[in-house]
Each structure stands twice: as C-alpha cells, then as structure tokens.
Design a protein around this ligand. Structure first.
Ligand code: CO
Length: 282
C-alpha cells in the first residue's frame, strides 16, 4: 500500500456566483486550475441571509455534471424538464447536464444557516451530448459508516472498503467512477482509507484541521493528493471534517466558457449559439 501525500495546498478563495451568493471556491478559482475530471468545488456557509437569499436563478449547463450536497438549510431545484426537487439537509442532488439543462437553485429559507457544497465533474466527449438527467438523493439513502474509534464516513459516491465491509454509495460507476466521501473524525484519532489508485483525489477540510503526513491542513483548505492507494488522516486536539473527492481522469482537452464545458472551441461556440437561439436543450 502507498500513502498519498500532499502535492498542493490551496486555501479556498472568497467569491460570488449566481445572483450574488457568497461562497468559497476550493477548486477552479484560477483559470485552468482543475483536477481532471473535477472542474470546480464551491463551499457555501453562512448564517446571514444576505449572503445566500438571491440564490441561483435560471441558468444553463452543458457537458458535465453538478453535484449539490446540503449540510444545513434547504434549497429548491427546478428545471426546464419540469423536474422539481427539494434539497434538504444531508441530501444530495446529482445532475447530469449532458447536452443541456436550464435550471434554478433557490434557498427555501429567509433566516438561519445555509451550508453545503457544489461540485462540477466533467463528462467524457462521448457523453457530453447525452440527454440531461438528475437524481435527488435523500439523506437516508446515503450509507453512513460509524467508525470504531468514533467519527463516521458518509459514502455519497463510489465504493469504500473499511472494517471488513464494502459500502457502495447511491452513485457508483460511470465514466469517471466518482468517489465522494464526507469524513468526520473526533480529536486525537487516526484513520487510513483505501482509495482507487488511478483516481485524481482532492481533500477539502471544512471543520477543524487535519494532519496528513507531517503537514497540517486547516479549515477552508483544499489539498491535491499525489499517487497512492491509501489516505492516512490524523486529528490532534480538535475534531475535524473533510470531503474526499476524486475521479478517474479523462485525459481529454477541456474548453470552458462559464457553465459550458466542452472539448473544442467549436463545440463551445455551438453551445453558446444553441443557448442564445433556445436550442440548448432541444
Ligand atoms: Co446550476
């Protein structure tokens, strides 16, 4: 077994998106800063409605998948296909834009805390123009492993073999074989997780701090992990919580214009043209 070490430490960058939602961009803050097949990871967390109330009114996507994971609060998703999904705390929405989707994502609360993440995962060239689809995953559909030393792991996507169990998340397989884990550890504990050797892997710490090797990763920080088939995490005096997210790299060219992610400039221009002429989703 080979432990993965830290290749790059990236503090999340404060930014705004949608109609003025304040968020922290953990991946994708700089042009071209991606981790094939991961395109972007945003974290949002606020007790102040002014930071989130404007939400994400109707907007398009083509060529990739968006994964929204809500920790606190409540969002409503509506799309051009007539889908309507209520995203509650602990739930996930896995949306495959394919050739095109036009949707809105709006907070359903006027006070209290809204906290969660949105991840963008690329699709391979052969799947970029497939029909759009989405899946609402209720909190109780997400397997939760209680760890012997305390703490727990939620398996949102992919497989995890731990404590003589093989646990599979509600999303598994597909071209990029995404892995998406939410890991909580108590103070003074250690955990070694098996991870797929060929995957690119990102860790994002969002509560407390974690030690990986001899380096400390503080809250609101993403790290890119090097090659290996294990990740060893340690906590010291405080509890910690992180996302471990990865996928099988596609090794294909990526051209992006906002919410359109294609393989060539021509496909990108086609996407913009299709959107402007009302044919994005046709
Ligand atoms: Co969207």
């Amino acid at each position: 077994m080979t432990q993965r070490s830290i290749v790059e430490i990236m503090p999340a960058v404060d930014t705004q998106d949608g109609a003025g939602v304040r968020l922290q961009r953990a991946l994708g803050a700089r042009p071209g800063a991606r981790l094939d097949p991961l395109l972007m990871l945003d974290a949002f967390s606020s007790d102040n409605p002014d930071d989130y109330i404007a939400g994400f009114p109707a907007h398009p996507h083509r060529g990739f998948e968006t994964v929204t994971y809500i920790l606190d609060g409540h969002m409503l998703h509506e799309d051009h296909l007539g889908n309507r999904g209520d995203l509650v705390a602990g739930g996930v929405q896995w949306m495959t834009a394919g050739r095109g989707i036009i949707h809105s994502e709006m907070p359903q609360q006027t006070e209290g805390r809204l906290r969660g993440f949105q991840l963008w995962i690329n699709l391979p060239a052969r799947e970029k123009m497939k029909p759009a689809g989405y899946r609402d995953i209720a909190p109780e559909e997400i397997p939760c492993i209680e760890l012997a030393q305390g703490g727990r792991i939620k398996v949102i996507a992919g497989h995890l073999e731990l404590q003589d169990m093989r646990v599979t998340g509600p999303i598994a397989g597909g071209a990029t074989e995404p892995l998406y884990l939410d890991v909580s550890l108590p103070p003074q504990s250690g955990l070694t997780l098996p991870v797929p050797a060929g995957h690119n892997l990102l860790m994002y710490v969002f509560e407390g701090s974690l030690l990986l090797g001899d380096r400390t990763v503080p809250t609101a920080t993403a790290v890119v992990l090097g090659e290996g088939d294990e990740v060893a995490l340690l906590t010291r005096d405080s509890a910690a919580r992180c996302l471990l997210i990865g996928g099988k790299p596609l090794h294909e060219p990526v051209v992006q214009y906002g919410p359109f992610v294609m393989n060539t400039r021509q496909e990108l221009e086609q996407a913009v043209h299709d959107y402007q002429t009302g044919r994005l989703t046709a």
